[in-house]
Design a protein around this ligand. Sequence first.
Ligand code: CP
Length: 358
Amino acid sequence: MERTKEMTVIEKDWGKFVSLPISDKLKYFSKNSRIYDCLFAQQFDREILEYLFRISNTLRRITKTKEGMNFASSLLDHKRAILYFVQPSTRTFLSFLNACHILGIKTSEIRDTSISSEYKGESPEDSIRTFSSYVDLIIMRHPTPNFVEKSAWLMNRTKRPVPVINAGSSKDQHPTQALLDIYTLYRSFNGEIDGKTIAMVGDLKRGRTVRSLSYLMKNYKNMKLIYISPKEFAMEKDIIDFLKKNNISYYETTDFEEGIKEADAIYMTRIQDEHDKNGESKKVDYSGYCFKEKHLKIIKKDAIIMHPLPRRDEIDVKVDDDPRAMYWRQERNGMWVRAALMAYIFNVDSKIHIENNP
Ligand code: CP
């Protein structure tokens, strides 16, 4: 934790702290000029992204052999992590769990507060404090806005702080999903992301993955974003303001077929109806925002099709066999880049031989 006297005053008051601009908060979540708590996509600059990609590539290569796997799993076999996932998850949970195992980190989990002491009235804040009595890392997915950040803030004020990784926070951010998405773009385009046009499709208003991925665009040159959604689910103003402030080219459209034609990557998302208050999703016609087999003919020959998954009917299963469908690789990429991130947070990245090629 990099503290100053001035920070200490704000640090004590969560209400004041949470309303600071992200750029002012980042130093609270770093240690020795490195990311310590991974909470926001804005924590990643191009240098750290490309470094993490190289670690990921190396890990996936060396662990093909028993000798390499034994080496990887010795790196952090003195560490323990808890996966506190109190929102549903399949791939983020499993990819983090297996990434921990690749590095030798021992794991425990809470996925249901009805069988933890939160059921008896313990606050989520006290639960976090309890986890830190037993483990060295908290990986968490939580439905309450800003609670992952609050957990890191709380931890950093205790005598036994442990790093916190955001594995999906409410509607606001999913930074490690953005990390695996950008890693997938990097691998798919042989390291050349600059100048690409990315179409993001679907429920952009409530999708945390598209929000976090939009923030990462700042790290690349001449990017163009096309936000394609029904008007009810258009991207929120704070992200549009971010794009304007950072001179990132974008346009918004309701026309799916027009939008996907010029894209180098088409990032499909599902309707986020778990955030409905009064069944509002049912009133929106989403049928025009589904990628069907016929669309394979109108997109660029070398475009890629992505999806954070899980999907419903936004991508027809007939698309799965097309070589441009990247979503199954994308979810596997998540395990490697999450392993790389944890190796970095625990400072064992220097022990991994880093490849230079993408
Ligand atoms: N992409 C993603 O977050 O998937 P899960 O909800 O299955 O973890």
